[in-house]
Design a protein around this ligand. Sequence first.
Ligand code: SAM
Length: 435
Amino acid sequence: MNALGRHILVEFYDCSPELMNDVVHIENSMVAAAETAGATVINSTFHHFSPYGVSGVVVIQESHLAIHTWPEYGYAAVDLFTCGDSVDPWVSYTYLKDAFQSGHGSSMELRRGQLSLLKRNDFNLDALRDVAPKSIEADGTITRDVWFTERDENIALSLKHSGNQLYKKDSPYQRVEVFETLAYGNMLTLDGMVMCTQKDEYVYHEMITHVPMFSHTKAKRALVIGGGDGGTVRELLRHEQLEEVTLVEIDELVIEACKLHLPETAVAFGNPRLNLLVEDGIKYINDCEDGRYDLIIVDSADPVGPGEGLFTAEFYSQVYRCLTPDGVMITQSESPRFNSGVFVEIYETYKQIFGQDKVHCYLAAIPTYPTGTWSFSYSSKGNSQPLQFDREAAAKFSKEQGLKYYNEDVHTAAFALPNFVKELLSNGSQQAINA
Ligand code: SAM
């Protein structure tokens, strides 16, 4: 060959949009395409962007294979670069056309490093050779960097995972997936949004439950809407005073996925005090009798998909109606940093329904949620005040239960809001744009 390498630029059209958004399938196909052509794979790194799209590269001893996908067009831009004669990039082309179910592929081959144009330098190659990095692990395994990314138009959160997806099913409501992340254990995502991870779920689930349970000590009946991962009801059921905990989760696949792959979060599903209903929380609350619950927790996903209806004034008015006169509503209320517009909007709604001075915001640090700063709302129908609680009892409970985040000091500190959050909440939506 009269060049150092062959570089094929490929356009795969009419591919399966599903496959073009399936980071695990794409990464496995690209690695297999390299190996089928006889290449030695050194490393691979792939990013899955939310809401969709995959970019990735497989580094081989003989150069690289790279891909960028546009699921919305069923299109993949691929380049196959191999040096020397031992690997035929057209073998990888054929493999990938089939793996991506491409209806139509076009390509162009470039010769890289025309020998006639290269002048060999006589610098000391041996010295260079000593510093060359190890090509593959001692035991022959390749290192794989496959990333899950959640983002909005400006910022992103990426978590590296093992590349073998533990769960992936589409329900009538959303795509339910579980990834095995390297730093945070198994991670549940819904439609590409992080819901919870084994390593840090306790922050969210302890704060959404024990704050109200210690400031509203007469609670006997609690309702959780959403919360299909089971963490919220697990924490509520630690409180013996609760006679009944009802969980209304619309999607049975979320329950199934967590029972299989986040068992410590789903541990309470067998508790006899739990009344588990698989149905729409909006319909449930509309049909629910007045004043039935002392505590209602809206543990919903973000205001998209099936969770969208859980962010409306109509829904919260129904929640208000279903609370006892002293009842308390707790919601996950997004982030003052990631969705500050939504954050401001939902607090305005809560204040209209519960009253200006009956709505309180508290914060927690949740590393796997975008920006890490997450908020909860505490809205009282009666006179329950979030900071009026028995510190001794909270301290004793936290110790006895071996809680990893909630304690009496965290309970108090969570309501100490930074100035920018206070401004967001007092000046409403105008501030959201400047935050
Ligand atoms: N901890 C997560 C967070 O902060 O985003 C949310 C927990 S949980 C996984 C969110 C749950 O709300 C999901 O399982 C979803 O299926 C459920 N959900 C969404 N809309 C619902 C509805 N209308 N009725 C009942 N459950 C709903």
